[in-house]
Design a protein around this ligand. Sequence first.
Ligand SMILES: [Zn+2]
Length: 445
Amino acid sequence: MGTAKAQRAGNDPAEPATNAPQPKLLSRPAGALSRSDIDEKEMAALIHELVSCGTRLTLSSWADPKRGVGCARDKIAARFEEISKTTGGKLQVVVDKFEATAERTSGKAVPLENVYAILPGTDPVMAKTVFVVSGHFDSRPSDVMDPNADAPGADDDASGTAVSVECARLLGKLAATGKSGFRATILFAAVSGEEQGLLGSGHLADWLKEKGYAVGGMLDDDIVGADSAQGAPHRVRVFSGNGEIEDADSLSRELARAVEEIDGRDAIRMIFRVDRYGRGGDHYPFYKAGLPAVRFTEPLENYDHQHQTPRTENGVEYGDFEKYLNFTFMGNVARDNAEVLRQLAMAPAAPTDVRLTGAVTPDAKLSWKAGDDPERAGFEILWRETTESRWQVFDFVPSAGQTMLKGVSTDNHFFGVRSVGKNGARSIATPSQPEVRPAPGTNKK
Ligand SMILES: [Zn+2]
């Protein structure tokens, strides 16, 4: 019996049987940001300023410079302006005012504001693609409708706001050298209205569409400040939704894979789930629109420190205070976000219309489209076992069109294609859509 088992183990036919491609892969772009580039003191200082606004509930005052959500808007806009000066004005600061109506605004239109810092891309075509990093600067006490109670929101989500602003500082500094190679636009967002129903983020998605941007990727950082479990710092969780197409990945999942590949498995814990159960976040409006969007969140949350009006009950202290933050962890998160933005903004556009054909034949065929791009080296053909989470590179192909995967069945793997720049930067993968072909004996169309 032992022998029979040994003969069966791993005993699948090789695909392809012979002559598997052995592509030479370009190395990823030089100049990766290092952890020591992160200014934890600046991050802490901004969080302290935000907490000092008392509450940042979206329904609190937008006009009072000392207390309320408007106080937070002022601090963030001022910090972005300061950073912009160090970039010679390359970083453009926008305060975006709008109105929204939701259950958590009592069904009434209320004023909201988002703050953006925008680093325009240097490539005329790619500049219409935007990579977004976002945190929400609104906070809440236990009662999400109470504009008066204290709501320090140090972790939720002054931490994510500080990550977004720190990314602006780091990448703005790189852009100021004129050698960043950021072909696409990067937008650093601090949005409001998250706790009232993802209002600021939903508005940001609309705003980008209206301005004619294609969203290349959206990184939502929400509750990324604490890491209190033994053995910290731990990996940050990156949540991504599955999408709604059977037998194909969502673009959000592809973004999650790109994040893990850029930052490493020792930094990123991919969670293949749209969000934590019973919770929502600002990546959701983007995800629902079919755009690539993921959520960064700390490893293990403490619910006594979230959405709680500060108080002590039965010896338990409730409240989202600065003293619970872990800046070693938060700095890691900032570095990991910034490096993802750096590499994706340097990459050529992701391929489109990736189709898999060749069913019921010995060879899989992949076709895809891509615009002309002199900075592109070519495309990586990706595949993986249907039970695997991560891509492997099957082959490298210099131009768009079609390629035959000789001796590879369409049925045993998932397939995708990504663009590779001459600089080594990769786009996120575009998963293949299978040819719609009814199986015999089914009535499927
Ligand atoms: Zn939050």
